[in-house]
Design a protein around this ligand. Structure first.
Ligand code: 3PG
Length: 306
């Protein structure tokens, strides 16, 4: 059996070595495709493999078609919007994620981005503090819960909205549950986004929602760029010179945001929420173990396609 790590954005070396230990320990072979620049390279690399470990790499119908022996794809991370689940199901390929494994890394970055925003991008002028501010957590899954855990230490007043998370779980993390998106944005000084990109959430964060935020509001996005209605957010930020937007996923309209709002907009050059050695080790090794357990024992825990 052959397992491929296909990562446009490579794991830390130490994580690759950890994956190698698991894969080779099971008697399988490991292949590596990193920093590829063309889809053709991915199509060639998947041709002879039984399993693939990916990050935000796109696994579409064409890739699945090229992967004649493929049995399982594991997204080492939380979001699996980069995999065509329907096409995978049609080809009989199992798709899994590794929920929670990189959540702390993303949460730490979200908090760092909040501080960067309210300290005026470290430009030397007087900013404000997290302590006492109202933090809104939009979706309270693994990342949102970690943000709440850290924000508790900062003395923040924490609120959350999540249609799928129980009141009990939210309260365990000091999150005061609110009953709607509108209530979350109108209550909170800072909102941290942790919703997945789905048909329902795409473009859902628009001027009508963000415009509810009180004066000086900060929107932090470590989730997905697709959830933002960029045109609408740009118009809102033009009307509301108090609002700030910091994101770990570069918007399609990055140049426009930067030109119009240089002091109140920031994007990382490449998504780096999960880009820590610890997160790479946790998610990468979990992915390798899940593959071995699936190929050897047929274990389908963490399967996300039906
Ligand atoms: C995730 O969904 O787990 C995060 O967005 C991390 O994505 P990455 O592996 O591309 O850094």
């Amino acid at each position: 059996m052959k397992v491929l790590i296909a990562t446009d954005k490579p794991f830390a070396k130490v994580a690759v070595e950890g994956i190698r230990t698991v894969v080779e320990g099971a008697g399988f072979e490991l292949a590596l495709l990193e920093k590829y620049t063309e889809k053709k390279q991915l199509l060639e690399a998947v041709a002879q493999v039984d399993a693939v470990i990916i990050r935000s790499d796109i696994i579409d119908a064409e890739v699945l078609e090229a992967a004649k022996s493929l049995k399982i794809v594991v997204r080492a991370g939380a979001g699996f919007d980069n995999v065509d689940l329907e096409a995978a199901t049609k080809k009989g390929v199992c798709v899994m994620n590794t929920p929670g494994q990189n959540a702390n890394a993303v949460a730490e970055l979200a908090i760092g981005m909040m501080i960067y925003a309210i300290r005026n991008q470290y430009n030397g002028t007087s900013g404000t503090e997290l302590k006492g501010k109202k933090l809104g957590i939009h979706a309270c899954g693994n990342v949102g819960q970690n943000v709440a855990r850290i924000a508790t230490g900062f003395g923040m007043d924490i609120y959350g909205y999540d249609a799928y998370c129980s009141k009990e779980v939210m309260e365990k993390f000091n999150i005061k549950p609110l009953s709607s998106v509108a209530e979350l944005y109108s209550t909170c000084d800072i909102v941290s986004l942790h919703i997945p990109a789905t048909a329902e959430t795409k473009n859902s964060i628009n001027a009508a929602v963000v415009g509810l935020m009180p004066k000086g509001g900060v929107l932090v996005n470590t989730a997905r760029k697709e959830v933002i209605d960029e045109v609408s957010l740009i118009s809102l930020m033009e009307e509301r010179p108090d609002l700030r937007y910091v994101t770990d996923i570069m918007p399609a309209a990055h140049a426009t945001f930067l030109a119009k709002f240089p002091d109140r907009y920031f994007s990382t050059p490449k998504k780096m929420g999960a880009q820590t050695a610890e997160a790479n080790i946790n998610a990468g090794i979990a992915a390798a173990r899940q593959i071995v357990d699936f190929l050897v024992n047929g274990n389908e825990t963490f399967r996300v396609n039906k």
